[in-house]
Design a protein around this ligand. Structure first.
Ligand SMILES: Nc1ncnc2c1ncn2[C@@H]1O[C@H](COP(=O)(O)OP(=O)(O)OP(=O)(O)O)[C@@H](O)[C@H]1O
Length: 337
């Protein structure tokens, strides 16, 4: 388990103090994939770097598996840090060393007995699907392959936590998906806790169990990714979600709405289309679809439909209650009836 307790990070600059992280507390369970989302300057990197003490927090504690890292110094801290792997947006591989030597370097830093090194390097490269690149230099690799080496290196000393600093931001969408799948596989097979920072909701949707949204150094919203996608509360969270699930309607369509505009949400395996067609058949209500999508958040469906309901107000009310009775969440967006 990873506990971040009241972390504050204040940077002292020539122009005065800058608060990077402002009293953040989080509890991240063992084996969880946890996303930290925010725009540039929100404090994501500062918080991530406080977790492995690359930045020493101004105040607060970071407790990893019961050990408070902020109380450690010197050799003890160095050893504890080896159990926290990290991967970066720009990979930071050593260009003069081969792929195998890059991983060897991490193993040697942890004083791995020389006789184990070769086998461990091969094992790690196999895990990330790059066995045949052992003698190649980083310059000869694609971005996705470089990140795979970064991941192998981060896993070298069997960490319990893997920190990912915008790990897919420099990659194209297809490579991003393959790296996220690799991270998920590692999370499942090795039960490693993953904490990732990103400004891309697609990344969170693909692999995170829970997430927080940060703004001005503070956590402004926290929850299960599925719940946040279904019901983002803060305007900033809504903005992030709308980058993936957008219901913007052209003004001409909006002007033409004369009924009750509702957002209908179906969570999990509720067959949304069936409920809606039953509703239209059972009540004297006309339902026009204005927008709609079924998102799959880690294989769990989330159906979101924007509809205009037309009919006698009583019938529309009964139709809404009927959908709610069948497991839908209905929110009235606009009521022109
Ligand atoms: N070394 C530093 N010295 C002074 N101020 C800093 C330093 N590092 C970060 N900051 C400031 O702390 C705040 C949070 O920055 P941080 O890099 O943590 O945000 P971020 O969400 O990770 O953004 P980005 O994605 O652009 O890195 C910003 O106002 C930033 O200018």
């Amino acid at each position: 388990m990873l506990e971040i307790q009241n972390i504050t990070k204040i940077y002292k600059t020539k122009k005065g103090e800058v608060t990077g992280v402002d009293n953040v507390s989080l509890t991240i369970d063992k084996g969880e994939v946890f996303g930290i989302v925010g725009y540039s300057g929100a404090g994501k990197s500062s918080l991530l770097r406080c977790i492995n003490l690359l930045e020493r927090p101004t105040s607060g504690s970071v407790i990893v598996n019961g050990q408070d890292l902020t109380k450690l110094k010197g050799e003890q801290l160095r050893k504890a840090r080896l159990k926290i792997g990290m991967i970066f947006q720009h990979f930071y591989l050593i260009s003069q060393k081969t792929v195998g030597e890059n991983i060897e370097f991490a193993l040697k830093a942890a004083a791995t007995p020389p006789k184990h090194i070769n086998a461990r390097v091969r094992e790690l490269l196999e895990m990330v699907g790059l066995s045949e690149k052992i003698d190649v230099y980083p310059a000869q690799l694609s971005g996705g392959q470089k990140q795979r080496v970064g991941i192998a290196r981060a896993l070298a000393n069997t960490p319990s936590v893997l920190l990912c600093d915008e790990a897919t931001s420099a990659l194209d969408p297809k490579t991003t998906v393959s790296i996220l799948r690799l991270l998920k596989k590692i999370n499942r097979e090795l039960n490693i806790t993953i904490v990732l920072i990103t400004h891309e909701m697609d990344v969170v949707k693909e692999i995170c169990d829970r997430m927080v949204v940060m703004q001005d150094g503070k956590v402004i919203e926290e929850g299960a990714v599925y719940d946040i996608f279904a019901n983002p509360v803060e305007p900033l969270t809504q903005e992030f979600i709308s980058s993936v699930v957008s219901f913007e309607l052209p003004p001409t369509i909006l002007e033409g709405v004369t009924g009750k505009m509702v957002k209908v949400l179906f969570k999990g395996d509720v067959a949304g289309e069936g409920v809606i067609s039953d509703m239209i058949q059972n009540f004297e209500v006309c339902g026009n679809f204005l927008h709609g999508t079924i998102e799959y958040i880690q294989e769990k469906p989330l159906g979101i439909f924007l509809m205009e309901l037309q009919g006698q107000p009583d019938n529309v009310e009964r139709a809404v209650s009927y959908m709610e009775g069948r497991g839908a969440f209905v929110e009235v967006i606009d009521d022109a009836i």
